[in-house]
Design a binder for this molecule. Sequence first.
Ligand SMILES: Cc1ncc(COP(=O)(O)O)c(C=O)c1O
Length: 462
Amino acid sequence: MPTPHPRPYASVLDTIGQTPLIQLGRVGAGIRTPVYGKAEYANPGGSVKDRIGLAIIEAAERDGTLKPGGTIVEGTSGNTGVGLAIAAALKGYRCIFTMPDKMSQEKVRLLKAYGAEVVITPTAVPPDHPENYVMKAKQITHDTPGAILANQFYNQVNPEAHVATTGPEIWEQTSGKVTHFVAGAGTGGTVSGVAKYLKAQNPAIVVIAGDPIGSLYTEYHRTRITGTNGAPYKVEGIGGDKAPTTVWWDLIDEFRQVSDRDAMAMARRLAREEGILVGASAGVNVHLALELARTLDDPNACVVTILCDTGERYLSKVFNDEWLQENQLLEAPRRTVRDLLARRQGEAPSLVQVAPAAAVRQALNLMNTWNVSQLPVLDGDRCVGALVEGALMQIALDQPALLDRPVREVMDPPLPEVEAGWGVERVAPLLTRETPAALVRDGGALVGIVSRYDLLQVMIAR
Ligand SMILES: Cc1ncc(COP(=O)(O)O)c(C=O)c1O
């Protein structure tokens, strides 16, 4: 196999782009349509934004707005900052970045590591507020001699960088077989630029943009009206509350929304199942790409998506259980009836039961011995009735003669049955004051009983 890097590079700038395309066969197991992720985290700055950082600086040099010793200013959630900072470091420019305070601390430190200056602004201000990070960047550009605003949300060099590089790479790496492209839109540069290139090769290629729930892009794409009912979300780097001109809206066939919870869960699965550590925007992309692939159910289709940036940037968030829990983003581990029975091992036999012909006295004795308040009446493997302690005691007190009668004469209707593999949440609605327990079958055999009390124990233990 020829080495992909046969000769040394003149500088790190020459190593931007030409990222690998990787099949996501583990998270996509069982789905017939192949799904590939473009490993943009493999860029030297760890994200897709290295591509536009370099392109924007070189375009400004060409058009004369950026001169030696000049300053590059940008409102950036981090990754564009890194892309710009890398190119600026090699070319000798100063960088000043503004960033909303919801962004990871890691991202701030990272920009400073490349020698950039960072100005933090409040997240919770309207887009036209002077303290909004984009407005702040404009002000700094205005106040700093020799400064240019990279302007990633309006600078057409951004999507054009993807027309020139990301799009052709995907076309080539799939030998022109790509049929669907999925990518979340932040500035929209990636999804738009790739869409333009791919559709020029094959107009049938479908392009879907991912969007976090709470962003206004999906609604804007449908109505061309900028809504006002956006909501906060935790996925970083994509979505928005304006309509940037770097999204080429007409080239995108559809916007689809993904919840923070699904995005984070997929980012975590990618690390554990594919060994690919990426942020939650890649989680959005892969979640959508797999959903699409499943629906297509076509081995001849080819879905490509973007693995936007490295997950090392989110170790204190996406990969931190406490943070996920605080934000109600952690899936509670699914507890099954089987787990519940296992918790009880070592106590009473898992199924205390009585035969229909046994005497009521015997049933009361069993309840007393094992401290259970309900008893299934089993005829072989079949539940034919049930005894509930309170009611049975009342009968015995009212009519002591019944103590020696068979339980079949006094029993209540049989208990419902559940499967051991069911989640406990599925059992809860079946259990009522009148039906306080259910029998559990595992592989066809009766293996135990779960009561309202047992369920409550696991629910309060979480
Ligand atoms: C982590 C992350 N993912 C995805 C994107 C989206 O890329 P684009 O701005 O090209 O739409 C960004 C953009 O800032 C990002 O930071």
